[in-house]
Design a protein around this ligand. Structure first.
Ligand code: ADP
Ligand code: MG
Length: 394
């Protein structure tokens, strides 16, 4: 078990909180187009203030690669955070230096201070020991609430956690609880639904899920390579020739483990990925030579929807089709709606699956939608995330 926010007496203490405020902006402006990442950190910040702590926040923004980039300063983020908190938020254009230390030292209980974009300093991404030590010197304890960055061993996610009492924030706690729980102690039967572009991104997670899940369902671009492994002609669909053998092995391992793997029985095909392009629905034995699979078909979608709504838990990573382009979002929509309305523990990986769910307005109806793309995939693979591993054990 990792140490959590409540396992520390915060009264009169100063917290260094690593958040993920890497928000998107309207192109070429300083207007934040989606502030969900800021909203998601509010419970942890409010908790600390309520306990009588002062709060020093630290985040990355964009990819400044170790130097100061004015467009990646945190002014707009500080402003939005202040609005959401309904309280003033201090801001220093410094993180490891004397200015940050002085500002942090002047905080009273309940005050909030934002440090400057942490990747302006090269020591952040190299996890430099002196840089981590200077960050640690401005606080009494460390909180990591940035799950989406927890797969990186950087100074503000890993190095500093080794130097201070270190615990998970409330958002981090929710991620660990759901992503860990769904594989280690799930409400059974546990179904895994895998889609997205490529088999190669999901090799490890496929390997692990065959041991953990009671059933596997495959969709998305990766279905092409699985279908090819089963001997089907898949036209000009996305395929990874070098992984056909891996798919065959996975099917055999699953059969040996008595884990049923369901592949699509019908698919939506077109000649090109383009809105409004002529499409057809074909059985998997009838894919035309000049066509590509762009979504699961309606029979497959109905079948997956019905069966997934009836299991105990679902872990889902990867959309069922090219969800960005209508009408190839239908399979994802039908399956997502069924899971959302079913009485099932639903754990959704981050990245494009989370994007699709948010777009459908279904996020609130899922048990958990991860805030981390790469991080949730690595977590489901069973890898220890450096930013989690470095937190104290209790
Ligand atoms: P994540 O962002 O979670 O890592 P992936 O990158 O694995 O997810 O998959 C998302 C992408 O997969 C989407 O951009 C989607 O368009 C693409 N995709 C889904 N189905 C297909 C398909 N049949 N053919 C090609 N691409 C697909
Ligand atoms: Mg991807």
């Amino acid at each position: 078990m990792k140490r959590m926010l409540r396992d520390f007496d915060w009264q009169g203490k100063r917290a260094l909180v690593r958040v993920d405020f890497n928000v998107p902006f309207e192109r070429g402006t300083t207007r934040i187009s989606d502030d969900v990442r800021i909203r998601e950190a509010l419970p942890t910040i409010e908790y600390l203030r309520g306990q009588g702590a002062s709060v020093v926040l630290c985040t990355h923004l964009g990819r400044p690669d170790g130097k100061r980039v004015p467009e990646m300063e945190l002014g707009p983020v500080v402003e939005r955070l202040g609005e959401l908190l309904g309280a003033p938020v201090g801001y220093v254009h410094d993180a490891p230096g004397g200015e940050a230390k002085a500002a942090a030292g002047a905080l009273a209980a309940g005050d909030v201070l934002m440090l400057e974009t942490i990747r302006f300093w090269p020591g952040e991404e190299t996890n430099d020991a002196d840089f981590a030590a200077s960050l640690a010197s401005i606080a009494d304890a460390y909180v990591n609430d940035a799950f989406g960055t927890a797969h990186r061993a950087h100074a503000s996610t890993e190095g500093v956690a080794r130097l201070l009492p270190a615990m998970a924030g409330l958002l981090m706690e929710k991620e660990i609880t759901f992503l860990g729980g769904v594989l280690e102690n799930p409400v059974r039967p546990l179904a895994a639904l895998l889609g997205g572009a490529k088999v190669s991104d999901k090799l490890q997670v496929l390997g692990r899920l065959v041991g953990h899940a009671d059933e596997l369902f495959v969709g998305g671009g990766m279905a092409g390579t699985f279908l090819k492994a089963q001997g089907y002609e898949i036209g000009v669909s996305l395929v990874e020739e070098d992984l056909v053998g891996f798919c065959t092995d996975t099917m055999e391992r699953a059969a040996a483990a008595s884990t049923p793997v369901t592949l699509p029985e019908d698919v939506v095909v077109a000649e090109r990925i383009e809105p409004g392009v002529p499409t057809s629905v074909v059985g998997i034995g009838d894919i035309p030579a000049n066509a590509m699979i762009l979504d699961i078909g309606p029979r497959t979608a109905a079948d997956y929807a019905q069966r997934l709504a009836a299991v105990g838990s679902v872990v889902w990573n990867g959309p069922m089709g090219v969800f960005e382009v209508s009408p190839f979002n239908e399979g994802t929509r039908i399956v997502a709606e069924a899971i959302a309305s079913g009485n099932v523990v639903s754990v959704i990986g981050g990245g494009s699956t989370a994007e699709a769910i948010a777009h459908l307005g279904l996020a609130e109806q899922m048990s958990h939608v991860s805030t981390g793309g790469g991080a949730s995939l690595e977590f489901l693979e069973g890898r220890e995330l450096p930013g989690v591993a470095a937190l104290d054990d209790v």
